[in-house]
Design a protein around this ligand. Structure first.
Ligand code: ADP
Length: 224
């Protein structure tokens, strides 16, 4: 249906608050995210990981509401099928080979593993174990695996951590590739570094002490 094709994927956060014990770390947050590359930037301790874990359904929504398209995060089973989450550290699959990992991940949505094995140049390393890869290459494999789940929303927690300048440059290319080849995905990645905000980024959300202090495009971010 034409109407379906024109409907954009959208994540809506409404009046979200979240506390660890007594102290509120996210306060009355309201935010809409659309398809494209979205960055969550803020100093350490500003609430980025907390928000990403809530969006990944690891932490439950207690106050406020979140919807992915029209589906509430209260419908956990449905939401989990629509998202992919890449945590900051990822060592559990260290002892399996790249092609085994991609085979395993793509199997969830019975998609074609070759499509994902051919992303970001990882095919060249398909017979290597994940632990034998550089941090940058490992990130590429994990992100390709996340894409193979065909999610509407991909959450990347500090993907540049542990990467050198070259590794960051590789991440930029990954975002550009996703933007062109998987334009209907909503990407949200977090960082505390301004140099992780690339030209291809659509929206920047800056957080401080659990509150949004900026939400806009790169041009207005530079002018702020
Ligand atoms: P960021 O990812 O921006 O560094 P976090 O979301 O990790 O920020 O942390 C936000 C705040 O919540 C910090 O003050 C942190 O100390 C606190 N915090 C994070 N995780 C926990 C936890 N499990 N228990 C209590 N406080 C926590």
């Amino acid at each position: 249906m034409l109407g379906d094709k024109m409907t954009k994927n959208i994540l809506s956060i409404k009046d979200l608050s979240f506390s660890y014990r007594r102290k509120n770390f996210i306060e009355n947050m309201t935010l809409d995210l659309e398809e494209g590359i979205n960055v969550l930037i803020g100093h350490n301790g500003s609430g980025k990981t907390t928000l990403i874990k809530i969006l990944a359904t690891i932490y439950k929504v207690k106050a406020g509401e979140i919807f992915l398209n029209d589906i509430s995060y209260k419908n956990l089973d449905q939401i989990k099928k629509l998202i992919a989450y890449v945590p900051q550290k990822f060592n559990s699959y260290d002892n399996i080979k790249v092609k085994e990992y991609i085979d395993f991940m793509s199997g969830f949505k019975s998609s074609n593993p070759d499509e994902y094995l051919n992303l970001f140049g990882i095919n060249e390393y398909k017979d290597k174990k994940l632990k034998a890869l550089s941090e940058g290459m490992k990130k590429r494999v994990i992100i390709a695996g996340a894409l193979s789940l065909k999610p509407k929303l991909i959450l990347l927690d500090e993907p540049s951590s542990g990467l050198d300048k070259e590794g960051r440059e590789e991440l930029r290319k990954i975002y550009e590739h996703i933007k062109i080849n998987y334009p209907q995905v909503i990407i949200l990645y977090s960082t505390h570094l301004e140099e992780d905000i690339f030209q291809c980024v659509d929206i920047i959300i800056e957080v401080k002490e659990g509150k949004i202090i900026f939400n806009g495009d790169l041009e207005s971010y530079k002018e702020r």
